[in-house]
Design a protein around this ligand. Structure first.
Ligand code: ADP
Ligand code: MG
Length: 596
């Protein structure tokens, strides 16, 4: 007997729906995007119970003919592309022709639609992919989609939905992503009969003000315009003044009218602000990219918001320069970026792009550096400048430490790397021998703890998520650790009852190790117990530091070695690891002398 057969459409659609429609928010997104593609100028979203029982999207767009209304629910039915070739010049939001088929596979759907040229509209009722009713009806021009009892036939999915509060937040997040790029379209959002958002048509700035400023002009008053046109990309939008930075900043990137996440470009923006906003504060930004669709790949996954650009390094540079210039224009950026420049991973691309404002800075310049004689002179005399007892800026302790330790400044010390394992560092009273792997663990351990404390960190997005499979107990454990993991760069999305999708990982971690590292973290945290948050945070930081530190056998360049020891000796405890392993041993001059 042959055993292969084709799945009935209803089953195939349900499977596809699992990918496209994960929650009410994704359902709303698909419907609203269809309305936008249909040229609507007014769109209403109405939900009950966070879209669980009812989610309605009403538009005044083109509407559909009787046949099209019926066709629209077939899988791969689309009016937006004809051939695979069209995929490369996409400008509409939808194109896969999957959304409606998916939605009606997992919900009870009613649609009313009418085109301008038709006198009479079409009404359709579908449940679990079966057409239950189709008849002519009286209705306004446009389309009215009602999705009832989402996942009525997929109990597992229904169980996955979070509380109404969380799902409503998801709906609004998705709603923001859309309304911020269609300011000329009027939007309304109604939840359980309460109007939560009423957004008139207007400019981008007015839209931002309406959404986040609650109509308050002060909100957009704190935004500075940015703009730059290059052959590669056009960038425009708004960035917040540093003094308006806050703990819950709004940070948005859009490309060709679509929301996107982009950790690397985010870093470019943050770099432009470095030294201007206090540690746990963040600037807001709303940045719109326009780029030839051929140079980006949006087709990674229908629900994913990561977008791959060609030549990301050059765009990094453009973003950095554009934001810097905007901040500088308003006289709010220091003209020199001395503090962080050394740490910044500058793009290595040498490609020149016309018209990019060039910001010249010297990464080695440090006005507080002891070798900068002018600064040193000022520095030396500071005791006499301020009467004692006044608010005297204290000398950074690590500077002091370094000066005590090293005859001149650490930056003039010549480290010597040895056997892919050690770094010899001569100092005032002798010689340090540094284990480079352990030194890096120490430095990263500190850095990851900072990220957790400051609640921020960047991650590299994975094009293809890795699957982390866990038992029920560890699923619960990970749920507790989720935000701390995010701060060190892990982005996890629950995929099933027993698994997470790893969609982002710490910048220094290699993809191949992601699953192993997470398992190790889980193991270590389980061992130490999760009663004390500080303990598990230290555990996360340490495990990750161990797995991302420079390995033994890697030959460091002089610069890398130098950078590493500079960062190591800036720490108050540079001698041992938390588990007691020795990082540094030293040979005092006396000891040396005694040998001869
Ligand atoms: P896609 O948007 O990828 O083409 P969908 O399944 O979302 O696929 O929609 C299928 C088709 O149904 C669309 O191509 C469009 O022709 C039609 N359609 C869907 N929603 C609307 C709407 N609100 N107004 C007019 N036409 C619509
Ligand atoms: Mg669509």
């Amino acid at each position: 007997m042959d055993i292969i057969h084709l799945l009935p459409d209803s089953v195939a659609n349900q499977i596809a729906a699992g990918e496209v429609i994960q929650r009410p928010a994704s359902c709303m997104k698909e419907l609203v995007e269809n309305s936008l593609d249909a040229g609507a100028s007014r769109i209403q979203v109405i939900v009950y119970d966070a879209g669980r029982t009812m989610l309605q999207v009403i538009d005044d767009g083109s509407g559909m003919s009787e046949t099209d209304a019926r066709m629209a629910f077939e899988r791969h039915a689309t009016s937006k592309i004809q051939s695979a070739q069209d995929l490369f010049s996409l400008r509409t939001m939808g194109f896969r022709g999957e959304a409606l088929a998916s939605i009606c596979a997992v919900a009870q759907v009613e649609v009313q639609t009418r085109r301008k040229e038709d006198e009479i509209g079409t009404f359709l009722e579908i449940a679990g992919s079966d057409v239950i009713r189709q008849e002519a009806c009286q209705c306004p021009v446009g389309t009215n989609f009602k999705v009832k009892n989402l996942f009525f036939n997929v109990p597992v999915r229904r169980k996955f939905l979070k509380t109404d509060q969380t799902e409503l937040r998801n709906l609004l997040t998705e709603f923001y992503h859309i309304v911020l790029v269609y300011p000329h379209v009027q939007f309304t959002f109604v939840s359980n009969d309460e109007v939560l958002m009423e957004l008139p048509a207007g400019t981008e700035k007015q839209r931002i003000e309406a959404v986040f400023g609650k109509g308050n002009k002060a909100y957009t008053g704190n935004l500075v315009d940015i703009k730059s046109d290059t052959e590669l990309v056009s960038i425009r939008g708004f960035v917040g003044k540093p003094e308006a930075a806050s703990k819950n900043a709004q940070q948005y990137f859009f490309v060709n009218g679509r929301y996107m996440r982009h950790a690397y470009f985010h870093k470019a923006v943050m770099t432009a602000y470095s030294g201007m906003v206090p540690g746990d504060y963040n600037p807001s930004y709303f940045i719109y990219f326009d780029i030839n669709p051929q140079w980006i790949d949006v087709n990674i996954h229908p629900t994913k918001t990561e977008i791959k650009f060609q030549d990301e390094q050059t765009i990094f540079q453009i973003v950095l320069a554009t934001v810097r210039e905007a901040l500088g224009k308003f006289n709010i950026a220091p003209s020199l970026d001395f503090d962080r420049a050394g740490e910044i991973e500058m793009p290595t691309s040498t490609k020149q792009v016309a018209d990019i404002p060039k910001v010249v800075f010297d990464p080695n310049y440090n006005p507080f550096h002891p070798t900068n004689t002018r600064a040193r002179d000022n520095y030396k005399g500071w005791e006499t400048l301020y009467p004692s007892g006044s608010n005297i800026p204290t000398k950074p302790t690590y500077e002091q430490q370094k000066e005590d330790l090293f005859e001149t400044s650490l930056s003039e010390v010549q480290p010597y790397t040895y056997r892919g394992k050690y770094i010899f560092v001569p100092y005032r009273a002798g010689l340090f021998i540094v284990n480079h792997h352990r030194a890096h663990i120490r430095v990263l351990y500190e850095q990851y703890q900072h990220q957790i404390r400051d609640q921020k960190g960047v991650s590299q997005q994975l094009l293809f998520p890795e699957l982390l499979e866990l038992n029920t107990e560890d699923m619960k454990l990970v749920d507790t650790l989720l935000s701390d993991l995010r701060y060190v760069g892990f982005e996890l999305e629950q995929f099933s009852k027993n698994s997470y999708n790893i969609v982002g990982i710490p910048a220094l971690l290699s993809v191949d190790h992601a699953v192993a590292t997470l398992n190790k973290i889980i193991h270590c945290v389980r061992e130490t117990g999760i009663s004390a948050q500080q303990q598990w945070e230290e555990q996360i930081a340490l495990s990750l530091a161990e797995d991302t530190a420079i390995p033994y056998g890697k030959k460091l360049t002089d610069e890398e070695a130098h950078d590493l020891i500079e960062r190591l000796f800036a720490l108050s405890n540079y001698r041992v690891l938390p588990d007691g392993k020795v990082i540094v041993c030293e040979w005092k001059v006396e000891e040396l002398d005694s040998r001869f």
